[in-house]
Each structure stands twice: as structure tokens, then as C-alpha cells.
Design a binder for this molecule. Structure first.
Ligand code: LCV
Length: 259
């Protein structure tokens, strides 16, 4: 494993995102290593997994690897996109996943964190949902992850402004579970993980799956789905989408023209 570290003591395991040079961007390689590690841990009868960045990281994850986004004419967040794979994996592991967040969380990494079962953050942490900053059409299941984690009005503010919200505000709104000072967050997180690990794993894994099924039980007519897909195609086929990607790569502010 080049971009993550896996530690496993007893029934609690830890995945540490460790690609600081790229601010733990969710590249296909980093995501592939997470998926492999989660699969291996299932076989080891782990009862809780903590996902964190390296201690003291200023950036928990910079989100989707922008360099891996298509430059147009193709859905940037389709079923087989690494971000979609890892969100589905987090939601379907048969054990709770606890995100321990120090540092800033960007774009698809926000969804990654919100797809975890429990989120504990240091006060300095912040969460920025950034599709509008890049001109990206977020996808339906991703939007549902946000709507299942935050009040719709807050989701709109996060998505439309693309500005970070603080861990304290996110906790006040019930979007995350706890804000704990950075020098106490490890002890707090593992004490909570141990509490979970002492309980009945079968009961917990079935309740987790029930909650996933219920959270996804939002009827959408075939027409509604086709309309959404058509609207999203207008976005990823737009000049603004290409400009957002180009501006990121050229390290300059984007100039969006609305087409
Ligand atoms: C590839 C990166 C990235 C990165 N990809 O360090 O949600 S959606 O729809 O928008 C979805 C499509 C998505 O998640 O898009 C990505 C959204 N992410 C962002 O907008 C965050 C982009 N990154 C930043 O704003 C900064 O990198 C932060 C604030 C995270 C950290 O700033 P800092 O000054 O500490 P640098 O910007 O210098 O980045 C260090 C290296 O990581 C790369 C970046 O290109 C640079 O590489 P080089 O040293 O080769 O130049 N990097 C950072 N984020 N998302 N690569």
C-alpha cells in the first residue's frame, strides 16, 4: 500500500490516508487501496474501522483527483467513478466506520466523510462541497448522501457557495457527531470505537444495512431520473465544466460564462 496505512489491533482497525503530497486526493489508486483494505478487514472480522489522515494533517482530503476528471462529453461522476465506488463501499461494509477528521475536507471527500457512520472532527476541521467551484454536475446518489446528512437548506448553502463550513457549525447542525480538541480526538475516537466493538456485531451490521436501505428509499420516477441525467449532461458538456477543470490545472480562478 503506497497511499494508505492499515493498523489492526483487536477488533478495531485504522485506515490512515497518507498521500500528503497530493493532499490525500481521492485518486483511483488511493481509492483502490482503500477498497482493498476494507475487503481484507472484512475477512479479519473487524468490528469497527476508523478512517483518518496522518496526525496533524492540515488537509484531510482534497476530494476527487481533478486530474482524473474527464474533460467533457463524459459523466465525471458515473457509477464506476472511484468516488462512487468508495462511497458505496463505506455504506455497505458490515461494520461501522468512524471518520476522525483533522484538517480541511473538500468536494467528494465531504461526501466520503458523510458516508461514514460516525464523524468526529477537531475544531479546526472544515467541510467544503465544491462542485459549483469546478462546474461539475454532482450525481444523484451523491446528492442523497448530502441530503441524508444535512438539512436541505444547509446542503443548498454548501453546494451553491462552495465555501467551507466549520466543524463546530456542522456539529451544531447534526451533520457530524462530535467536535473534540485535536489533542484529545484520538483517545475520544478509540474510546467510542471500543464501545461499539463491545456490542453485538451482527445486530449492528444488520441495523447499519437497514438504515442504508431506508436512507436510499426515495422513489424517483424513470422520467425524473432521465430528466436528471439530461440536465447533468448539459453541465458536463458545457464550456463552464471544461473551464472549471482547466482553471484548476492552471492554478487560476475560473471564469464561468453560464454555458
Ligand atoms: C488533484 C490536487 C487536488 C485535487 N486533485 O496545497 O465535489 S466535486 O464535484 O467538486 C468533485 C469533482 C471534487 O471533489 O473535486 C475536487 C474538489 N477539491 C477542491 O476543490 C480542493 C482543491 N485543492 C485545494 O484547494 C488545495 O490543494 C488545498 C486547499 C486542498 C490545499 O492547499 P495547499 O496549498 O496546502 P496545494 O494546493 O499546493 O496542493 C498540493 C498538491 O496537491 C495537488 C495540487 O495540484 C498540488 O500538486 P502539485 O504540487 O503537483 O502542484 N492537489 C490538491 N488538491 N483535488 N490534485
Amino acid at each position: 500500500m503506497q497511499y494508505i496505512k492499515v493498523d489492526h489491533t483487536g477488533s478495531v482497525a485504522t485506515l490512515t490516508l497518507d498521500h500528503g503530497a497530493k493532499r490525500n486526493a481521492l485518486s483511483s489508486q488511493l481509492v483502490g487501496e482503500i477498497l482493498e483494505a476494507l475487503d481484507n478487514l472484512r475477512a479479519k472480522e473487524v468490528r469497527v474501522v476508523v478512517i483518518r489522515a496522518a496526525p496533524g494533517a492540515k488537509v484531510w482530503s482534497a476530494g476527487h483527483d481533478v486530474g482524473e476528471l474527464p474533460e467533457g462529453r463524459r459523466d465525471p461522476l458515473g457509477w464506476d467513478d472511484p468516488l462512487r465506488h468508495v462511497v458505496r463501499a463505506l455504506e455497505t461494509q458490515p461494520y461501522p466506520i468512524v471518520a476522525m477528521v483533522e484538517g480541511s475536507v473538500w468536494g467528494g471527500a465531504c461526501e466520503f466523510v458523510l458516508a461514514c457512520d460516525i464523524v468526529i472532527a477537531a475544531p479546526e476541521a472544515a467541510f467544503a462541497a465544491t462542485p459549483a467551484k469546478l462546474g461539475v454536475p454532482y450525481n444523484v446518489s451523491g446528492m442523497l448522501t448530502f441530503l441524508n446528512a444535512a438539512p436541505a437548506r444547509v446542503v443548498r448553502e454548501m453546494l451553491f457557495t462552495a465555501q467551507p463550513i466549520s466543524a463546530v457549525r456542522a456539529c451544531d447542525l447534526g451533520i457530524i457527531n462530535h467536535v473534540v480538541p485535536a489533542d484529545e480526538i484520538e483517545a475520544f475516537t478509540y474510546e467510542l470505537a471500543d464501545q461499539i466493538a463491545k456490542n453485538a456485531p451482527l445486530s449492528i451490521s444488520v441495523m447499519k444495512e437497514q438504515l442504508r436501505i431506508l436512507a436510499g428509499a426515495h422513489p424517483m420516477s424513470p422520467q425524473g431520473f432521465e430528466r436528471v441525467q439530461g440536465l447533468r449532461r448539459q453541465v458536463y458538456d458545457s464550456e463552464d465544466y471544461r473551464e472549471g477543470i482547466r482553471a484548476f490545472k492552471e492554478k487560476r480562478p475560473p471564469r464561468f460564462e453560464g454555458h
